[in-house]
Design a protein around this ligand. Structure first.
Ligand code: FAD
Length: 468
């Protein structure tokens, strides 16, 4: 009987812990379930749904070439998986552990249902190098400060931690498509979710699936040595752009660790540190699931945020009058991506210039980011808001103009996303309201908004709010 492999955040066919483990037990039948609970409320052209469909199409094509199938179903996994198991005669199911609070509850419920039905369930580690309690402080506590966590992470790392989980891409290791009941054999149409239109990722030059991840990785491998030097400049091609692929598992974290270690350059080590940040926040959320909904630092849980709704709307729309913030927010809306430096600037601006609750910003990012990941997003937001673990100190407040002068000095990035400012020179473009002269064709307040708040006075209000 086939061994079910329930794919979730591991949408690839190489270096795959779950598939590899499952193949040791029998011919594998890969399954993906579109859960309406996760789809409800998303816009019809949601980029993530399109990204998932593209990754699944690639997997299904490759499995069909091996005479097998990717079973794709729509519905509550608590009902779908027991049905699939029964119809296909499966006695075992494997999946990769997910550490988000809702996923943990769902997985526990499904495990119980399946085991009552006589199906053995095994959860496997795939998404991170170290999970849950594998890395604790000497006192046996979860880490809440990054530097000692990263030190312990590196100290505990052995070649076995990042060795590939091989997948045998041969027909005999997969369940035959012909052996499946007709209702679980998909048709020839591209995989799509009812009610969702195609977000046309190709037009946004978003590379999808394991193939897309591999292309990005090969490109980044040629640039990794310069990562440390270029990573902070949004107009430069300094970062890997792999975050959505890590989110959906179209690339294996172990492969990325191998790349960094094999390269060994100073840049690669800086990049490895970012991969460790990812795990730091994942273990943080697993240990402190409440961090999803509330400030990690109790002192900030009851702050009364005086910010205005109209300012929140202006921030979302990229119309605050602060060019770098607006360019960042427009990049997000258009592409589903925002450069890390800009995530920090935009988040800090919402919280400490507009004095709006970080959770509203976190929710907005969650709705827009192709790489949205609850742990990284809550971690990043709580860092910027000074409410999180190992966060930016509350009295440190980014100046959006100096950040712009420093990290987009020649205004390249701003011009790309805020074209109405393209006529301004390199000095005026960071703060048009301070310019002594502006081109005749450009009128502040007509062609581009005057700043909706004044940084200096908002900064004082933020200091008073946090320091009270
Ligand atoms: P690279 O610089 O090439 O880094 C490689 C990988 O390391 C990334 O793909 C990512 O998986 C991981 N990584 C890098 N920086 C961080 C970090 N600070 N925290 C956690 N992981 C990191 N990242 C997400 O993946 N999803 C999110 O929802 C998310 N929300 C964020 C919100 C805010 C307010 C902030 C400040 C940061 C957020 N980040 C998030 C972290 C970071 O901005 C992105 O991971 C990064 O910009 C993705 O681009 P990249 O793949 O080119 O990164």
């Amino acid at each position: 009987s086939p061994v079910l492999c329930w794919l979730r955040r591991d949408l690839r066919l190489s270096d795959h812990a779950t598939l590899s483990r499952a193949q040791q037990c029998g011919p594998v039948l890969a399954v993906f379930v579109f859960d309406p609970a996760l789809l409800t409320g998303l816009p019809a052209n949601d980029k993530r749904v399109a990204f998932i469909c593209a990754a699944l199409d690639e997997i299904r094509t490759r499995l069909r070439a091996l005479g097998s199938e990717l079973v794709v179903s729509y519905g509550d996994p608590q009902q779908q998986l027991p049905c699939i198991a029964q119809d296909c005669g499966a006695r075992q199911l494997f999946f990769a552990r997910d550490y988000e609070p809702m996923a943990l509850a769902r997985d526990a419920a499904i495990t119980q249902i399946l085991e009552t039905q006589g199906v053995t369930v095994e959860a496997v580690k795939d998404q991170v190098v170290f999970e849950q309690d594998e890395l604790l402080s000497k006192a046996g506590q979860p880490y809440t400060v990054f530097t000692p966590y990263a030190r312990a992470w590196r100290a505990q790392l052995t070649p076995a931690s990042y060795a590939a989980w091989p997948v045998k891409l041969e027909s005999r290791y997969f369940a035959a498509r012909d052996s499946l009941p007709a209702q679980w054999r998909g048709d020839e149409k591209p995989i799509a979710v009812p009610g969702f239109a195609n977000a046309n990722l190709a037009a946004l030059t978003i590379q999808t699936g394991e193939r897309g991840a591999r292309a990005l990785l090969q490109d980044f491998a040629t640039r990794i040595a310069r990562y440390g030097e270029l990573r902070d400049y949004p107009a430069r091609k300094g970062v890997s752009y792999l975050s959505a692929h890590l989110r959906f598992g179209t690339v294996s974290i172990r492969e990325l660790v191998r790349l960094a270690l094999e390269d060994g350059s100073a840049g690669a080590m800086v990049w490895l540190n970012e991969l460790i940040w990812r795990e730091f926040y994942q273990q943080w959320l697993w240990h402190f699931p409440e961090a999803e909904q509330t400030s990690f630092k109790p002192a900030y849980r009851n702050l009364v945020w005086p910010g205005e709704d109209s300012h929140f709307d202006a921030w979302c729309a990229g119309q605050t009058g602060y060019p770098l913030v607006d360019a960042a927010m427009r990049q997000l809306k258009l592409s589903g991506y925002m450069h890390n430096r800009l995530r920090m600037v935009a988040a800090s601006f919402l919280v400490k210039d507009l004095l709006i609750d970080w959770q509203r910003g976190e929710r907005y990012f969650a709705s827009q980011l192709l790489d949205y990941d609850m742990a990284a997003n809550c971690g990043g937001w709580q860092w910027a808001a000074s409410t999180g673990c190992d966060a930016q100190p509350w009295f440190r407040i980014f100046n959006p103009v100096t950040q712009s002068q420093k990290f987009d000095a020649d205004g390249h990035f701003i011009r790309r996303y805020v074209p109405e400012l393209a006529v301004l020179d390199n000095k005026a473009i960071h703060a048009p309201w301070l310019a002594k002269t502006l081109p005749e064709t450009f009128l502040l307040g007509r062609d581009y908004p005057a700043p909706i708040v004044e940084h200096a006075s908002q900064r004082e209000k933020a200091l008073a709010l946090f320091g009270r």
